[in-house]
Ligand binder design. Structure first.
Ligand SMILES: NC(=O)c1ccc[n+]([C@@H]2O[C@H](COP(=O)([O-])OP(=O)(O)OC[C@H]3O[C@@H](n4cnc5c(N)ncnc54)[C@H](OP(=O)(O)O)[C@@H]3O)[C@@H](O)[C@H]2O)c1
Length: 378
């Protein structure tokens, strides 16, 4: 593949400075003043006939997004690991949107097998067209602090917050309606996460991946593990946009940062019991939750991205969104080589063969089709 055009030194330096300034603004100012920021305006559209799947939607940001979408008449699929909690959420949403159609589906995203079965069931139940797929379920720690790996052998947060998104998007894509949206709830953590070019392109089950921002190969603080998964969600959205553009599909993928939102997230085991020295970031955030904004406010950018018909919004798929705007972030400096490698690694971990670059393009133009791809990716 022809090497992509390198970013000039000056542009890179400028982007780096912009990223640093924006990261400080996002982490210190927009996070700690979250409650006092102005309200974001959300356009109310008519989504009659549209199907929206939202994972982790029995509470917090997921439930808030489901409520906004139900108020716009979308048919809602609340996808939750605990159906009793989902029933309570459904009753609450119906108070705001009494005529809404809401279905409950069970899924615990912490294993590949669960995600696979969920998608297979979607198909056997009729395979309804999907207009909006929101990957929102997420955690800030494994169920116990001592636990590092989930049942599949992957680091727990990497599986629950990221690999589930990848497998489900892969398996559900065939049901996507025209102009479908895939939205991931990322986090301010994407300003803190990092991926070195040294990560393995082989699976590293039962071990912590050094190249994924965990330098000494030891389990780092939960907030660092978490931040990395949230940065990778952004990388996944960017790769999906590259892929769909090359394939001529009109689907759009976005990852957005909701900011600091009051939710049960900070009461969960592994976060609420954090001591200051163990994990200063989780400690500050779980103690400062009074400063957080309500979930109904934090989720608005996600709802806008899922529903906006603006071509400009669609064209920015794969960039970081926060408070209704795109923001500079480290992903703006990641080149396609790194993104290609990440894709290879994720597919290997998930156990799928999913071409990032369509095969027919790889054999077109030059030996590896590089020039064609480079032109199309501009
Ligand atoms: N709150 C914030 O400040 C903030 C900031 C940035 C990003 N986020 C992200 O926003 C998303 C929603 O978080 P939230 O703040 O709304 O927290 P929350 O209130 O704890 O909601 C998280 C949701 O995810 C579900 N979930 C967790 N693990 C799951 C699993 N293995 N399988 C299926 N569902 C699972 C939870 O189900 P249970 O109720 O059964 O636990 C819950 O429905 C997460 O991805 C989080 O990383 C939050």
């Amino acid at each position: 593949m022809e090497p992509e055009k390198k970013m000039g030194f000056l542009k890179r330096a400028k982007t780096k400075t912009a990223i640093q300034i924006n990261s400080v603004m996002a982490l210190v100012v927009r996070t700690l003043l979250a409650k006092y920021l102005s309200h974001q305006k959300l356009e109310k559209l008519d989504l009659t006939g549209k199907n929206a799947i939202i994972t982790g939607s029995n509470t917090g940001l997921g439930k808030a997004m489901a409520t906004h979408l139900a108020e716009m008449n979308a048919t809602i699929y609340l996808v939750c690991r605990n159906l009793e909690k989902a029933e309570v959420a459904k009753a609450d949403i119906l108070k705001s949107a009494p005529n809404a159609t809401i279905h409950l589906l069970q899924l615990d995203t912490s294993t590949l097998e669960n995600c696979r079965k969920f998608c297979e069931k979607w198909e056997t139940d009729g395979g309804k067209p999907i207009d909006i797929l929101m990957h929102n379920a997420g955690v800030g720690s494994a169920p116990t602090r001592e636990q590092t790996f989930g049942p599949d052998g992957f680091e727990y947060l990497y599986m629950t917050n990221l690999l589930s998104n990848i497998l489900m998007t892969y398996m559900l894509e065939k049901f996507f309606a025209p102009n479908a949206r895939v939205i991931m709830t990322s986090s301010p953590g994407c300003y803190v996460g990092g991926i070195s070019s040294q990560f393995e392109t082989q699976s590293t089950k039962q071990s912590i991946e050094k190249g994924f921002n965990y330098p000494d190969g030891q389990k780092p603080q939960n907030s660092i593990l978490y931040s990395n998964t949230k940065l990778m969600q952004l990388c996944f959205a960017k790769n999906l946009m590259r892929k769909w553009k090359l394939e001529g599909k009109d689907y759009v993928a976005h990852a957005y940062n909701p900011g600091y939102a009051a939710s049960e997230f900070f009461n969960k085991d592994g976060v609420h019991d954090t001591k200051r020295k163990m994990d200063p970031i989780w400690w500050i955030l779980k103690n400062g939750v009074n400063l957080a904004m309500p979930s109904s406010e934090g989720c608005k950018t996600g709802v806008m991205l899922a529903t906006s018909q603006s071509k400009k919004v669609a064209a920015t798929g794969g960039r970081l969104w926060e408070r209704m705007k795109t923001r500079t972030c480290i992903i703006d400096l990641y080149d396609n080589k790194l993104l290609d490698k990440l894709w290879t690694r994720w597919c290997l971990d998930v156990g799928i063969q999913w071409d990032l670059i369509p095969k027919e393009l790889l054999s077109e133009g030059s030996v590896d089709g590089g020039s064609t791809i480079a032109t199309m990716e501009k």
